[in-house]
Design a protein around this ligand. Sequence first.
Ligand SMILES: Cc1cc2nc3c(=O)[nH]c(=O)nc-3n(C[C@H](O)[C@H](O)[C@H](O)COP(=O)(O)OP(=O)(O)OC[C@H]3O[C@@H](n4cnc5c(N)ncnc54)[C@H](O)[C@@H]3O)c2cc1C
Length: 224
Amino acid sequence: MIPAMTPLAPSERTRVHRLPQRADYDARTIAAILDRGFVAHVGFVIGGQPVVIPTTYVRLGDELFVHGSPRSGMLRAASDRIPLCVTVTLLDGLVLARSAFHHSMNYRSVVVFGEGRLVDAADEKRAVLEQLVNRFVRGRAEVVRAPNEIELKATSVIAVSLTEASAKIRTGPPLDDAEDLVVPCWAGVLPLRTSVLAAEPAPGVSADREPPEIAAGLLEGATG
Ligand SMILES: Cc1cc2nc3c(=O)[nH]c(=O)nc-3n(C[C@H](O)[C@H](O)[C@H](O)COP(=O)(O)OP(=O)(O)OC[C@H]3O[C@@H](n4cnc5c(N)ncnc54)[C@H](O)[C@@H]3O)c2cc1C
């Protein structure tokens, strides 16, 4: 079971100014969004150049973990304790208004400010890598070959503290201006969901191997 987060308060950087009624600093809300997403975008500045890299992640307690080759720019930046900004977005719907201006999206998103902590201890590194695999399907780490020493060496794991984070959530119909209610077009929300389709076995998988309960695991633990 993934540990809970400690409660948060908005900081100078995480206080939402635009449409602040959509902000949420409740650690449970932030954790729920992070635990449903699959892709984080990690932003940092290298030599004056902003870079934003999409990547897999897992939240464990008050930290979000990313992993990759020690040679990856993102992992190097994170281990050098360069300031990072990490975002996760769940897209819930397309909001079609009666005016072009009020078109919008329904979403749940999280923004995190922090710096990386290189996970050195072998035990912690193994535990995080297990949880990263379990993000795909619950219990997956128990049925696959665990990483060997070479693979562990070839993988850096970075933790980013979730102590400075905000969530922002938009729900509901378009917010049309009163005078636009007469515009003769359809308006409303087109809901969007991530769904799991029929599993495609890899070449060589014997026919008596059932695909894991992927859909059940995903729907409980991580869909957009
Ligand atoms: C799918 C999607 C589509 C969007 N489309 C648009 C668009 O087309 N145009 C547009 O202007 N905005 C859009 N937004 C909203 C956008 O993310 C910003 O909230 C908004 O632009 C205000 O930005 P700002 O820099 O003025 O925020 P400010 O309110 O000044 O931000 C201050 C702090 O609030 C927090 N914060 C701001 N936005 C978010 C967020 N989305 N999630 C979590 N924390 C946040 C951060 O910690 C940030 O540092 C969209 C958001 C999502 C998720």
